[in-house]
Design a protein around this ligand. Sequence first.
Ligand code: CU
Length: 124
Amino acid sequence: MPKTLILACALLSLALPSPAQTHSHDHHSATPTATPTATPAATATSPVKSLPMVNAEVRRVDAGAGTLTLKHGAIPNLDMPPMTMVFQVRDPSLLGPLKVGDKLRFSADKLNGAYTVVDLEATP
Ligand SMILES: [Cu+2]
């Protein structure tokens, strides 16, 4: 392997973010600002982007608070493994037809420091 290529590989491996080995349920607390691994780049991304749809199951609906508890699959854009957690909901009207046990697909993003359901659709 040429020396320059080895150097490039070394630099690349240094530049790559480490896997989310320390991902815990800490972000489920009421203080979302306490995330030590927050990446500065996250705030630079455009709010208008296509987000991946993730499968989930409704665990709790709180229309009054505008929150939705979901047992969700991995969320690639948030670097989040599957788990059950509370989301804010961008538009409370999204909660209207939902009930516990419903299966759905949703997209989520971190808005104003809170994990937020941006869009969702029921699945059979
Ligand atoms: Cu989570």
